[in-house]
Design a protein around this ligand. Structure first.
Ligand code: AMP
Length: 281
């Protein structure tokens, strides 16, 4: 497995693969790997001849410096996990390789980057869109893999790639969960034992709402209000959002439609957790 830090090395390596007519899959991550990340790698490994994983903790998508500082890091562990899954190359650029002095470009998708996590973490979604655009341009993969756990991110990246005619297929991978339903996340490591017990409430709430809203005549508003109150009573300090939205436009919905999806973000002991679930009325 090759470890690369420079865009020029990455491009030279991919050019060699292209010459040999080998397909290339890209799996962008911020490291601190868990089985959710590894599901993306496994799918890429199954579908592409060459797999590149990236580890880059992108400061543009952190709106609070304490969150950036406390973000878990485990480079040695991450490299061992990638190696075990037969990844061909890991791209780990230093900060100035991605954002040289004077970097000024921003990718923004009005309507998609400025709702949900885009409101509660100002600049976050633009930061995600910008760094993913750069990684797709740097690595020029045939396919790039993103988790449904960050559904808004998956939607934004898919739309951006289409809007900018990037020659890449964006592949969504179903959320990997703990047996109790909690979505795997690097941030779960930061939860106290007590809050780890509370955390599955987030997914239970979505499953319960998805069942109740499956009848598309049921108005969502009162059920969402009650579910927010219940989460606060269960020990969440704050609920940034608990919304029913169109799964393609992210517009809020009053009733479930065929492509409706529930989205939630809540705080437990200073740790922000997110989840989402489709509704099939
Ligand atoms: P991150 O390192 O948090 O930026 O995540 C890197 C990629 O892994 C993103 O595409 C995430 O959506 C994906 N991912 C994170 N957690 C999970 C999970 N529990 N299941 C599936 N994919 C995930």
């Amino acid at each position: 497995m090759r470890c690369l830090e420079r865009v020029s090395e990455l491009r030279a390596m991919v050019a060699g693969w292209r010459q040999a007519e080998e397909s290339v899959g890209l799996v962008p991550t911020m490291g601190a790997l868990h089985d959710g990340h590894l599901a993306l790698v496994r799918q890429a490994r199954a579908e592409c001849q060459r797999v590149i994983a990236t580890i880059f903790v992108n400061p543009l998508q952190f709106n609070e410096s304490t969150d950036l500082q406390s973000y878990p890091r485990d480079q040695a562990g991450d490299l061992a996990k990638f190696e075990a899954l037969d990844v061909d190359a890991v791209f780990m650029p230093p900060l100035d390789e991605v954002y040289p002095e004077g970097f000024a470009t921003k990718i923004t998708l009005p309507g998609l980057t400025d709702c949900l996590c885009g409101i509660h973490r100002p600049g976050h979604m633009d930061g995600v869109a910008t760094v993913v655009a750069k990684l797709l341009i740097m690595a020029a993969p045939d396919r790039a893999y993103f988790g449904e756990k960050d559904y808004q991110q998956l939607l934004i990246v898919t739309r951006m790639a289409r809007d900018l005619n990037l020659p890449v297929a964006i592949v969504g991978v179903v959320t990997v969960r703990e047996p109790d339903g909690l979505a795997l996340s690097s941030r779960n490591l930061l939860l106290s034992a007590e809050n780890r017990e509370r955390a599955p409430r987030l997914n239970q709430t979505l499953r319960d709402l998805a069942e109740r809203l499956a009848d598309d005549r049921t108005p969502a508003g009162p059920l969402l209000d009650k579910a927010r109150e219940d989460l606060l009573a269960a020990g969440f300090e704050a609920i940034d959002y608990l919304d029913l939205r169109d799964a393609e436009t992210l517009r809020t919905l009053e009733h479930a439609v065929p492509k409706a999806r529930l989205f939630v973000a809540g705080w437990l002991g200073g740790v922000r957790l997110i989840d989402n679930l489709p509704i099939n009325p």
